[in-house]
Design a binder for this molecule. Structure first.
Ligand SMILES: [Zn+2]
Length: 213
């Protein structure tokens, strides 16, 4: 089995003191690749530096919903220009976070929709952050997916506690449970995860406990 960590915030300050050791432990387990999701522009710069140093590390571009308070129509052009430079493998993590509400919800939705359009234009998959916002995230995603070729994929992450209970027509859901497995209930398999067929699961994991983002 070839293991890929699709959601590791390796660029975060929490790793500054021991990043090489963290990576050594990760590779020693058999992990073959790490994808760093973006949260803001500084995080994208850090991820780019890490990806340039190591071919087994890839990056995404995108603004986390909690980083969208200053979203402007031109922000997506800044992301597009950055994507042309760094050639990301995905757009994310993008989505909606109604738990923290760091950005007004209408602004979060505008940023989410604009970044979905960007992903479609770049022909890249998306990494979704959904916290207590399924009622808006799912209809927005379904609208978006309707305009995509059928082979395209969405990779929702941080879905707890309300991931889609059954696959939506024309959408292949790959569910990431990320921090919820380590930070919220490290010893228990979350109910929505336990009920899914194995082929539907995707593991995004961090190599030490960290706060949700
Ligand atoms: Zn994340």
């Amino acid at each position: 089995m070839r293991l890929i960590d699709t959601h590791c915030h390796l660029d975060f300050q929490a790793y500054d003191n021991d990043r090489p050791e963290v990576l050594d432990r990760a590779w020693a387990t058999g992990l073959k690749h790490i994808l760093i999701p973006a949260v803001d522009f500084p995080s994208m710069a850090r991820a780019h530096a890490l990806a340039r140093q190591n071919a087994a590390i890839s990056m995404a571009v995108g603004l986390h919903p909690n980083s969208t308070a200053d979203w402007q129509p031109g922000t997506v052009e800044r992301l597009r220009a950055l994507a042309a430079k760094v050639q990301p493998v995905a757009v994310g993590e993008i989505g909606l976070d109604y738990h923290w509400d760091h950005s007004p919800r209408p602004v979060q939705r505008r940023a989410f929709e604009a970044q979905l359009e960007l992903a479609a234009a770049l022909n890249r998959p998306v990494i979704i952050h959904n916290r207590e916002a399924s009622t808006d995230v799912l209809p927005i995603l379904e609208d978006w997916v309707r305009g995509l070729p059928p082979e395209r994929r969405a990779v929702p992450g941080c879905c707890i506690p309300s991931p889609p209970q059954k696959p939506t027509r024309n959408v292949l859901w790959r569910l990431g449970f990320t921090w919820a497995l380590q930070a919220r209930s490290p010893t228990k398999t979350p109910k929505p995860c336990a009920g899914l067929p194995l082929r539907c699961r995707s593991s995004g994991c961090c190599w030490k406990p960290m706060a949700p983002t």
